[in-house]
Design a protein around this ligand. Sequence first.
Ligand SMILES: Nc1nc2c(ncn2[C@@H]2O[C@H](COP(=O)(O)OP(=O)(O)OP(=O)(O)O)[C@@H](O)[C@H]2O)c(=O)[nH]1
Ligand SMILES: [Mg+2]
Ligand SMILES: [Zn+2]
Length: 333
Amino acid sequence: MSNGFGYVTKGVGGLYAVRLLPTGASGVPETHTPQPLDGMTVTARGRGSLRRGGGLLVGDLVEVTYEERSYAMRDGAATPAADGAGIAIARVLPRRSALIRPPMANLDLLFVTVAAAAPAPDPETVDKLLCIAVHNGIRPVVIVNKCDLDGNGAKKLAGVYRAAGFPVFEVVGKTGEGVPDLADYIDRELPGKLAAFAGASGVGKSTLLGRIFPSVAFETGDISQRIERGRNTTRHAELHSLSEGADSGYLADTPGFTMLDFEQFDFFGLDDLPMTFPEFEPYIGKCRYTDCTHTKEDDCAIRAAVKAGAIPESRHRSYCALYEVLKKKKKWK
Ligand SMILES: Nc1nc2c(ncn2[C@@H]2O[C@H](COP(=O)(O)OP(=O)(O)OP(=O)(O)O)[C@@H](O)[C@H]2O)c(=O)[nH]1
Ligand SMILES: [Mg+2]
Ligand SMILES: [Zn+2]
């Protein structure tokens, strides 16, 4: 019996793709001795309670076990069985983070993608994703795509998120404009880490990933087709490794959000909300009332900062909208 440690890169219908880490990669326990399939991507099934996919997420670091019949040897190199015969996911290692939308574990960075137009930007959706990232200790990055469709709108959007303190990239996925800067950032920041592109359906996540991974075929679709089909083009989250090396980073495409997803969005407590807006931080504790909700009180330091232009108005609007959502949720509990 052999074993290996690796990331679940894809999971469809009870079959999982696991990229086994090469020896020396972070995530591999020191006690692991080199095994034939280390560094390869294998097809595996969950064992026991993991059989029906219960609890497995793309991005999970798992221990896989396999048998001699699970691979073929030729010229000293092993090839894993394509059907995953005898290859099982035995356990999930503790997670650094786990999200419901996008359904992924162990993310270190989240690239929140928004289009300048088509679909029209929805700041509340963007801000919700940013809050979720911050709340889960995941570093958020903002990508403004489709800058070709509305240059001024794109500048404004980018300005809002720069003012809020996030790294922002303005790109045109269709032509590749601005993409080298984003690719450089990814090359620099991602080694040894996991990241995902997230955002509304149709903003161009798969188009951008196609530029970053020219050898991978990402399915993309236009808006008209999308409406006809009434569903997302990308159907499952899938992680792609940036290199073959031990320090490779991993980047995932994820299905776009639809408004329906957001109705059932899993969330955090009302008390945690202000801390998920990093640009509020310098003002917290400086309001007149200690129990200030920062929504409509007088002498609220955050509202004063909004009036003075130090905090973008749209960010405060999102804050107020999320405050109402979480307040209702609290009552139901
Ligand atoms: N004008 C313009 N169109 C773009 C740009 N980037 C992507 N598109 C188009 O937008 C449409 C949607 O792109 P996708 O990459 O499929 O979007 P997605 O975010 O992956 O969508 P889902 O998989 O449904 O979540 C396609 O027709 C792309 O050609 C851009 O920078 N400018
Ligand atoms: Mg897509
Ligand atoms: Zn306040």
